[in-house]
Design a protein around this ligand. Sequence first.
Ligand code: AMP
Length: 143
Amino acid sequence: MRIGEILSAKPDHGVVTISPEAGVRELIALLAEHNIGALIVSTDGTRIEGIVSERDVVRHLHSDGTVINNVVAAIMTEGVETCAPDDDLDTVMATMTARRFRHVPVLDGDRLVGIISIGDVVKHKIGQLEFERDQLDSYLHQS
Ligand code: AMP
């Protein structure tokens, strides 16, 4: 299964971005408003400068309670691991597991076209297992 197929199956595959100069309070508000776990950090909405997840907020709050007054650039991760629509889902899943993150932005050339989360991966895997179980079930009951 290709990443592009997973993206097409998502009801809304728009990517929510935030400027590195935005405040951490605004970041938290956007995560809550969109019910998501991470935002792409980008000044112009297309070029990726970083990624920031709820985990970054929690980790920084632990070491510095005043981080809430800081800007996103202070807590984001630079050097973002990305994937392409043609990439294989299992490869991206292996990267998520090995690098211990739950979000991978999807780039078509230079263009940011979506984000794959561990939730999307699990949803797809469950669908695949259900399909295989139904196939085996009908095979058994036909014979
Ligand atoms: P997550 O599990 O996605 O909430 O992220 C865990 C940590 O990895 C946080 O510090 C994120 O900023 C970072 N992170 C998340 N996704 C990526 C990615 N695709 N590339 C690099 N770092 C990431």
